[in-house]
Each structure stands twice: as C-alpha cells, then as structure tokens.
Design a protein around this ligand. Structure first.
Ligand code: SER
Length: 313
C-alpha cells in the first residue's frame, strides 16, 4: 500500500484508522473521505468530501490521486439497519459495489470489514469456526455475507486483491459508534467515568469485543500479509475478548466501585445479540497471517477509563 483512500473515514473506525495509517505511510499518502466535512481529518492530511454511492466522484478521487488501496468503512450498523433495511442494503452494498468496481478498473486492493453479525442460523456459538453456517436474519448480516461473497468473487474473477476480517464489537474512545448492538460496551465506560448510572440494552449474552488498537493493527497486518499464505480472504474471524454486560460491569467496578448499572432491554438489540456468536475461533487468521491480540478485558478497561478521564467530560 502506497496511496490509500479511506471512505467512511468520519466513523468510529475510520477516524482512528486515518491517524494510524498516516503514522505508518505518511500524512499525504492517506486520503480521508467522508460524506460530511471533518476538520480533524483534514488537519494532518488530505480530506475529500465524498459520497461513496456517487461512483463517478469516487472513481475520480481514486484516479486523480493514484490510489492503490481502498478501505471501505461505509456502513449502517445492525440496529439501525433493522429500522430501515432498504436503506441499509442500498448504503452497505452500494458503497462496497462501487469500491470493488473502481478497484477493478484502477487496480486497487480493497479492505471492507465484515462482522460477527455475518453469522446466523444453526452454527456453533462457542468457538465459532471460520467456515460454518452463515444465515443471518438481520439486514446488516445479509449485507455482510453478501459482501464477503462478492469480495471473494472479485478476487477469483477479476484478480482484485480483496481482504477482510470479521470484526467483533469495537471498543474505542475517539469517536462513538452509532446504531450497533455492541455499542453498549463503549457507552458503559462514558457513564462510569461521568459518575452516571448505566442503562444497559442487552442482558446475559456473550459477544466478541476488541479494543481499537488491536483492530487497527489487524487491518494493516492483513493488508500487508504475504498473499501466498492466504487460503481465505473474505473474511477472517479475529478475536481477543468475549464478555457479557455483567462481566464488563464488574470489571469496571473493580476500578470505580460505586458505579451502578441497570437494565432496560431493547428487544431488537437483545434478539440480534442472541443470534451472534459467543466467541469466535480465530485459528485461520493466526495461521495464515500471524494474527495475535495484544489487549484483554483487564488492560482494555484500564486504558478506556484512563482515556475517557483525560477528556474531562
Ligand atoms: N458493531 C457492530 C454492530 O453492533 C457489529 O459489527 O452492529
């Protein structure tokens, strides 16, 4: 990767990926693109206001800048997707389709995140294998499975260098996630640090989670991996921690003893969470490109509390 374009750069992952990639590849070589103006992303490198569904503007940006790698981070997340499934399909598949077509024309590599949300139906919830039943019943999951297949198709049919991971819920402290089922695992930290009681929308359900620094490193390590070693491409299971709301609540209480949590179940989110894996098996990622997480529940909790305290909210 020499010249990188990140579409959907203003979101939870993009806003940190831009900084991370600029640190590795040089500020001017990482172009951030988003639907909305973003002063922070424009401060230390190129920024383009771009609608990823507008194929000709997207293609023009790639061509004009000599882009050789596209990170497509445009997506409506799982809970929002259930409020407006047609919009979720149009945005999630439209941005991916444009990324793949433009990559085919201009010979770019493409990274698009898949998700734990791609799983569904009768699959093993414990140590969910890389290759198993994937019959999701959310529009978000349908888009993720379709996206994995389409990305594999572009690789085998057109030799587009597509690679991707199935992200767990991402825990971070720069930009809030929005509309996801795993968002509670970020929001809980803000309540804890602000001294507020947290109202949790899901209960007694394990979901895979990952701290942002591991997620950022995973993207770069996969994109830089030796292609000869990749048996899979779209998409690799990756894992680092898995917990229920009670488990993370108790972990935070070890550091903030008077923190309180109560439940008000969101039936849509609860239902989605129960349909997802409890814990992924990431053996293929470990074997094929050396994936290894560096953060666990305890170290992530320490760092989240430190970082959110430093914001002086
Ligand atoms: N974080 C996403 C969601 O909850 C899952 O990939 O929708």
């Amino acid at each position: 990767m020499k010249k990188i374009l990140i579409v959907g750069a203003g979101g939870q992952i993009g806003s940190e990926l831009v900084t991370y990639l600029r640190g590795i590849y040089g500020g001017s070589n990482v172009i951030a693109a988003d639907l909305r103006e973003n002063e922070k992303l424009a401060a230390d490198g190129p920024f383009v206001k771009l609608d990823a569904l507008d194929q000709s503007s997207f293609a023009y940006t790639v061509h004009k800048n000599g882009v050789d790698a596209i990170f497509n981070l445009v997506a409506l997340l799982s809970a929002t997707g259930e409020k407006n499934p047609q919009l979720a399909w149009n945005i999630n598949m439209g941005a991916l389709n444009n990324s793949l077509e433009i990559a085919r024309e201009y010979k770019c590599a493409v990274f698009t995140p898949s998700s734990i949300g791609a799983f569904g139906g009768d699959f093993p919830r414990q140590n969910t294998p890389q290759d198993t039943v994937m019959q999701p019943d959310t529009m978000y999951g349908v888009c993720k499975v379709a996206g994995e297949l389409l990305s594999n198709y572009y690789y085998s049919r057109y030799d587009v260098d597509t690679r991707s991971v199935r992200f767990p819920g991402i825990i971070s402290n720069v930009t809030l996630p929005g509309g996801g089922t795993t968002d509670y695992a970020v929001e809980i930290f803000y309540s804890a640090v602000k001294g507020e009681k947290f109202v949790c929308p899901v209960r007694d359900v394990y979901m895979d989670m990952m701290y942002m620094p591991d997620a950022l490193r995973a993207m770069v390590e996969l994109m830089e991996a030796d292609p000869a070693k990749l048996r899979h491409r779209n998409s690799f299971n990756i894992a680092s921690m898995s917990f229920t709301p009670d488990i993370i609540y108790n972990e935070i209480r070890k550091r903030i003893p008077d923190f309180e949590m109560t439940y008000r179940i969101d039936p849509v989110k609860q239902n989605i969470a129960e349909g997802w894996p409890d814990k992924l098996d990431d053996t293929c990622a470990r074997e094929e490109w050396g994936w290894k997480p560096e953060w666990d529940l305890s170290s992530m909790t320490d760092d989240m509390i430190r970082a959110i305290k430093a914001k002086n909210l």
